[in-house]
Design a protein around this ligand. Structure first.
Ligand code: S3P
Length: 178
């Protein structure tokens, strides 16, 4: 694969796959800025993602995600933790693939359900689902989303993933001779 210019890394994947925590470590290791698209949207709107979903609806939130991505095209040397649905609406995955290196953090529904148990109420899409049905519900949404996630440049297992492993994989995949 040819090295991509611009120094942009997009972490994509389901809620709870660890995009933000890995993203911060990766940004630190690369001395890039860390960006969280949910946080950007919340700062611009002056309210939480949950409130945006409740008051303006999901379609409005997806529009804000698309705008956020357009803004990120103006920035360089960034590691971006995307909201879990961002890669799956509009043609955002193509835009991200054009703008930088995209990495899908892949995780099993069971692991995601376990990790999300405590934070479910902050996620409008999961709020209404009882904990015991969560992994089945996640599996259904994942199935719809996988075709988008799979279009990432790289897919890595989300469990026990370190920033160093990610950097090694990126360097191997995007070195000039690869
Ligand atoms: C969403 C994921 C959330 C947030 C919103 C919708 C989704 O982000 O953007 O609640 O559709 O998967 P995280 O993946 O950071 O939880």
């Amino acid at each position: 694969m040819q090295k991509k210019s611009g120094g942009r890394i997009f972490l994509i994947g389901f809620m709870g796959s660890g995009k933000s925590s890995l993203g911060k470590k990766l940004a630190g290791a690369l001395q890039y800025d860390f960006v969280d698209t949910d946080k950007m949207i919340e700062a611009a709107a002056g309210k939480s993602v949950a409130d945006i979903f409740a008051q303006e609806g999901e379609a409005y939130f997806r529009e804000r995600e698309r705008e956020t991505l357009a803004q990120l095209a103006e920035r360089e040397n960034i590691v971006v933790a995307t909201g879990g649905g961002m890669a799956c609406s509009y043609d955002n995955i193509s835009s991200m693939n054009r703008l930088g290196v995209t990495i899908y953090l892949k995780a099993e529904p069971k692991l995601l359900a376990h990790r999300l148990a405590k934070y479910k109420d902050k996620r409008p899409l999961l709020r209404a689902t009882a904990q015991e049905n969560l992994d089945k519900f996640i599996a259904e949404i994942l199935q719809e989303r996988e075709p988008f996630y799979r279009r990432a440049d790289l897919t890595l297992p989300a469990r026990n993933l370190t920033a160093q492993t990610v950097l090694t994989v990126i360097n191997a995949a995007f070195s000039p001779e690869a």
